[in-house]
Design a protein around this ligand. Structure first.
Ligand code: OTU
Length: 604
């Protein structure tokens, strides 16, 4: 009944390994998908695509598969350090980016996430998140051959390439959408078309809005489609219909194709939105998790070197299911966006207790999974992710604080859009939000930026830098002068400024990366366990495993120096701060303004 329906190729060694993987994961794939699609002809098509991708897999990537099967915790290693950037803004093109890789290696980077680089629609493409062809590179950046060459260069340096899979939607100019508009019934079924206007209103009543000002509503009337197309994001981003097994199979084929070009991690964009069910908010439905689980099983068969990362910028309770459990794994990694958001909240309020709460909740992460930890990314900071952890009024105050409208605020950011009554999210580069202003005395701002990154690097996952933060790059206030860049998030998508001095923050980040590498206790299987501290301004958490390699991270979220008695946390003996090289005892721990310490036990 569930046997794999096709014969494996003649190559005995390859086929015996493939047979083992099929034996393990094909039943899982069917178990995830049959409740969605029933049994049917789609199973044969699925098997054929899987087998052909496995056969097409280049020899070097098959070697990588074997290595990763032997060491499946590769992405949890303490030496992992990420970097996220736009190809055009970092290196101009893919070829130009290949020429800049020394910059990444100097920072200890082992994981590169270039933001969308596949062929986008013409005109506004939501920063490349409206893909017109999943098998071609944006011609402005290069070709698919350039992408493969980049992946090879990266792998030679021990850097894994992470690509976006914009799996929730396509551009309205994608071939599937064009065929659908032309009346091809097969492709009309790739999208959701709602005909009676009352039905649109009935669906809307349960749905939220992601871009309420720039893209209100979730539906767009398209005359050629004879109704409203489901468009959660911009009107030119058409949501795919995962109730159609052909959509699952096509997107799986995209994953496998890009895996065979050398991608080692996939960022599943907008993961919560995949499945739609009338009468719900269509976020994180159980069927969505079955789809993700099935992709995981497909990769485990045809490209087991590859890891999945969930992009779910929602509360932690909605993020955790994307990591699955031991029996039903989903993604290997997920963004720890609540920790990130709570870090910024602590920096504004001087109160680290909500952050400790988020870290405590994050202990529910399966030991085999990792967090993607970060300070900033290309999107806005969504305060709503802390709903229930921080009171709404406080979140509104924090939003104003980062917009710079609270008297005495150090921040130089801007408020973004929000649904009526909700707290407005925040745009801005990390340096600007931390108060860095070009030409000013920036010592405090740099200490704040170092504090946020120093905590992030001590957490249980891959810490990812956002381009330019290593040089305290500030906002791009002129963003709207560029065509199709009205969206306020372009404030924090400036061009890399290679002439900008590297300075203290660059040195701090390189130090964090180098220290992490040598500390087995920082493996992502060892969670960050927060302590209750007497002063809410102090964040303290423990990292370490059974092997005795233990590290305690201290972060002081206040602008005045302090001396703190930490006997209850550290106990007796001498502790050594890896960051400044000094020794200290628990009775009197000096914390500089916005200070940071990574402590290890010196004796006993
Ligand atoms: C993602 O973000 C991308 O990161 C954005 O840059 C895109 O515009 C968007 O998808 C559409 O492709 O709402 O504010 O829970 O929060 O998918 C960012 C997930 C977003 C969403 C997330 C989305």
């Amino acid at each position: 009944m569930s046997a794999f329906p096709l014969a494996l190729p003649d190559d005995a060694e390859f086929s015996s390994r493939l047979a083992v993987r099929i034996g393990r994961h094909w039943p899982r794939l069917l178990e995830a998908l049959r409740p969605l699609y029933g049994s049917g002809a789609w199973e044969g098509e699925l098997a054929a695509r899987l087998l052909s991708a496995a056969i097409d897999r280049p020899a070097d990537l098959r070697d990588l598969d074997a290595a990763r099967e032997a060491a499946p915790d590769w992405f949890q290693q303490p030496g992992m350090v990420g970097y996220c950037t736009y190809i055009d803004r970092f290196g101009g093109t893919l070829a130009g980016t290949r020429a800049r890789l020394d910059e990444l290696s100097r920072l200890g980077v082992t994981y590169l996430h270039p933001l969308p680089l596949l062929k986008p629609r013409e005109g506004d493409s939501d920063g490349g998140f409206a893909v017109a062809d999943f098998r071609q590179v944006d011609p402005k950046l290069g070709t698919i051959d350039d992408l493969r060459a980049l992946a090879v260069d990266l792998r030679a340096r021990g850097i894994s390439l992470c690509l976006d899979i914009v799996c929730n939607h396509t551009a309205d100019t994608h071939g599937w959408a064009l065929a659908a508009k032309a009346g091809d019934a097969k492709f009309r079924d790739f999208y959701h078309v709602v005909k009676p206007p009352e039905q649109v209103a009935a669906l809307e009543a349960h749905l939220g809005q992601v871009f309420p000002q720039t893209a209100p509503g979730n539906f767009t009337f398209v005359p050629e489609m004879g109704g409203h197309v489901w468009t959660t994001f911009y009107p030119f981003q058409w949501d795919l219909n995962y109730a159609n097994p052909a959509v699952f199979i096509e997107m799986m084929d995209v994953l496998l194709y890009l895996a065979n070009q050398g991608a080692e991690v996939f960022r599943l964009d907008s993961a919560p939105f995949l499945w739609k069910r009338a009468g719900t908010d269509c976020r994180g439905l159980p069927e969505t998790h079955q789809v993700v689980r099935a992709w995981r099983a497909a990769l485990a068969i045809a490209a087991p070197a590859v890891a999945l990362k969930a992009e779910a910028i929602v509360g932690l309770a909605e993020v955790l299911p994307f990591l699955g459990d031991a029996d039903r794994p989903e993604c290997h990694l997920a963004y720890n966006n609540t920790a990130m958001t709570a870090l910024w909240a602590a920096l504004a309020t001087g109160d680290t207790r909500p952050l400790s709460t988020c870290l405590t909740q994050a202990l529910a992460k399966p030991a085999v999974a990792g967090w993607l930890t970060y300070v900033r990314c290309h999107d806005d900071i969504i305060w709503g992710a802390l709903k229930g952890v921080i009171a709404d009024e406080t979140l509104a105050w924090i939003s104003d604080f980062y917009a710079g409208t609270v008297p005495g605020s150090f921040a130089d950011g801007r408020a973004f859009q929000a649904e009526p009554g909700a707290v407005r999210s925040t745009n801005g580069m990390a340096a600007s939000l931390a108060g860095f202003r070009d030409g000013a005395d920036n010592r405090a701002a740099l200490a704040r930026l170092r504090l946020l990154y120093g905590v992030t690097f001590a957490l249980d996952g891959i810490p990812a830098l956002y381009m330019g933060d290593e040089r305290a790059l500030t906002n791009d206030p002129d963003y709207a002068l560029e065509a199709d860049h009205e969206d306020g998030r372009w404030l924090h998508r400036p061009r890399m400024d290679w002439a900008r001095p590297e300075g203290a923050i660059h040195a701090a980040l390189a130090q964090f990366a180098a220290l992490r590498r040598d500390r087995p206790g920082l493996h992502a299987a060892n969670p960050a366990r927060p302590f209750v501290t007497a002063d809410p301004g102090l964040l303290a958490f423990d990292r370490g495993g059974g092997d005795g390699d233990r590290l305690i991270c201290l972060g002081w979220f206040k602008g005045q120096a302090a001396r703190i008695d930490l006997t209850d946390i550290l106990g007796g003996g001498t502790w050594h701060d890896l960051l400044d090289g000094t020794d200290l005892t628990a009775q009197s721990v000096a914390m500089a303004p916005w200070g940071l310490r990574w402590l290890v036990k010196k004796d006993g």
